[in-house]
Write a new protein. Structure first.
Length: 261
């Protein structure tokens, strides 16, 4: 592993320990927070985006995606399902994704923990023997050290990551800051730094890579939001190429409109 990779892993590990591994990354759509304060509750959302990005990689060959999330909570327990159309090129070929997650969110003082499991599945995918479906376990926490501000970190572990590339650790650190309402909009700035560590030279001839995003979410009329976000990775453009010769993990801009019920 390179010196840069070793340094990045040290930073990511320290970040994860500092935050005790917190909630979903800002701008992530696969792992949304559960509503709290009620014994039995449900929520649902529908979103459209010009580019579905997951850990720095376009999941839809740079094209638009329609997405839905449904979640049920009971006290500390939560379970949710996420759906989106996807396009990884050919091969592997997949048309849509279903992600299932469940866990608990206990609160200890100012810290909210998140311990759970996630299963990513791509029904009827043509994956040429390299299974796309995979599951992860996660441990996380977040807290609010100042007014309208949130810090968090997350550690994910998969014993067999997508594409059967072996075990993979993912570390994420997030920061979010809410601002005073401006006209009809209530803006929140957020950013994520992520580090993925695998094996067998799975990523660009190496065992790891960094990804990051930064953007603003504009909430309005209680149920609606518009997220404007910049994504990038430290992977080379050659590694990012899809079979259709599209860069899948280079710098990109994603705009996502969502309504929550």
């Amino acid at each position: 592993m390179s010196t840069t990779g070793t340094l990045a892993k040290s930073i990511a590990g320290a970040m994860a320990l500092a935050f005790l591994a917190g909630p979903a990354a800002a701008g992530g759509l696969k792992d949304e927070p559960a509503p709290g304060g009620r014994m039995l509750a449900w929520s649902a959302s529908f979103a459209v985006t010009n580019d579905y990005v997951f850990r720095g990689f376009s999941q839809n060959s740079g094209n638009a995606a329609a997405q839905g999330t449904f979640e049920v909570t009971y006290g500390l327990l939560y379970a949710n399902v996420f759906a989106s159309n996807v396009d990884f090129g050919d091969p592997p070929s997949a048309n849509y994704e279903l992600t299932f997650a469940a866990g608990i969110k206990p609160v200890l003082g100012p810290i909210t923990f998140d311990l759970g499991v996630i299963y990513y599945t791509y029904p009827r995918a043509k994956d040429s023997g390299a299974e796309l479906d995979f599951f992860e376990v996660k441990a996380g926490a977040s807290f609010s050290p100042w007014k309208d501000g949130t810090l968090g970190g997350t550690v994910y572990y998969s014993p067999e990551y997508t594409g059967e590339i072996g075990d993979v650790w993912t570390f994420e650190g997030t920061i979010a800051q809410g601002f005073t309402k401006m006209g009809p909009f209530t803006p929140t700035f957020s950013a994520t730094l992520g580090y993925v560590s695998g094996e067998n030279n799975a990523f660009n001839g190496g065992d790891d890579y960094l990804y990051w995003n930064a953007g603003v979410t504009l909430a309005f009329h209680e149920r609606f939001s518009l997220d404007l976000r910049y994504w990038d990775t430290d992977l080379s453009s050659g590694f990012c190429k899809t079979p259709g010769d599209l860069n899948a993990c280079d710098a990109r801009f994603a705009a996502t409109a969502k309504v929550t019920f």
